[in-house]
Design a protein around this ligand. Sequence first.
Ligand SMILES: NC(=O)c1ccc[n+]([C@@H]2O[C@H](COP(=O)([O-])OP(=O)(O)OC[C@H]3O[C@@H](n4cnc5c(N)ncnc54)[C@H](OP(=O)(O)O)[C@@H]3O)[C@@H](O)[C@H]2O)c1
Length: 368
Amino acid sequence: MNNYSTHEGTARYRDRFKDNLAQNHFNESQNLWFSSIGFGSYLGNHDDQTDSNYQNALKHAIGLGCNHIDTAINYRFQRSERAIGSALETAFNEGTVNRDELIIATKGGYIPFDSDPPKDTRKYFIETFVEPGIASPEDIIAGSHCLTPNYIKNQLECSLKNLGIDCIDIYYLHNPEEQLRELSRESFSKRVASAFELLETKVSDGKIKIYGTATWNGYRQEPTEAGYLSLEDFVLIAKEVAGENHNFKVIQLPFNLAMPEALTLRNQPLGGVMYSVFEAAHNLGFTVIASSSLLQSQLTRNLPDFINKYLKNLNSDAQRAIQFVRSIPEITTALIGMSSVKHVDENMKVAELPPASEDDIKKLFEKA
Ligand SMILES: NC(=O)c1ccc[n+]([C@@H]2O[C@H](COP(=O)([O-])OP(=O)(O)OC[C@H]3O[C@@H](n4cnc5c(N)ncnc54)[C@H](OP(=O)(O)O)[C@@H]3O)[C@@H](O)[C@H]2O)c1
């Protein structure tokens, strides 16, 4: 059995749900079958109860047709990665799912605490990162972010350990736009190039399958803004580092009923013509993963009534918000943070329906 996601494994997982979920709940991308609803793990307290909630919620979600799991080393001070690792260990031991059926993603860039905030942050940073030679104070941007190869190498190793797996399917540089708070564009490009170089060696070593950028503001801004990120520039860097066969294949960004910029803002130049993020990503062959599909739960209540008309046959605003995101053809997976089994049940119900038609999504925009 392969120790990473495969086409065969993810197709096997998809086929287990062919009688109870909509056929097009699974989307093919990068030669893998992704569930259109993915499991996010960002929010929540850094305590044992929340760890346990995430473990139960993940096991439940895997059983209901969710095979894309997203986390980051800094989420809940490494507790989210560890909770996922523990749930996966149980699921693999119990034989409910195989490793090659799941697409597991994590991110590195922010300096993570270790389960709890340290009493003395400076001492923690020096003992954990400076003394072992992982990062120096000059490598750190805005007091909390680092993309140097040595640091990312260390963070990737820690994530593999936390998750208890041998290979991460998608490894993201986490909010790389943070670096533009202090670096010039030229220095930023050099740091990204060194990070991509490291990630390419990790693909060759079998520690990651593909890599990408997970962002918050970077892809949703005008090119004139300080933290703006250009897909075309990143692809140029990837090609310089690894040629045409580079493994920079995935982008993640917030997209939801209140944050539609990836569809509506033409901020990405390709050969001198401006495109939306979705158009540019499609042209460049990227997989697009949507984060914050519920706007961190704010879209689970008080949505305007007219939305019911276009996002039909759903019982709650949370389900309508999820249906909107998963119905955008360029989006492979809509990530939903869910530490509660009750929310998993409610959200995975949407997978029984096909995505909304392009016509209904268009009408929804016209009405809005
Ligand atoms: N820059 C980045 O890289 C970035 C940024 C943001 C997010 N992300 C990724 O995207 C994932 C999703 O984003 P997010 O977690 O920030 O926000 P989200 O998915 O929009 O919302 C998650 C929140 O909604 C609640 N929720 C879930 N289902 C619900 C339902 N049916 N009814 C009511 N509340 C519900 C969850 O509560 P419970 O926990 O109690 O179930 C949680 O508090 C993250 O977990 C993370 O993996 C990445």
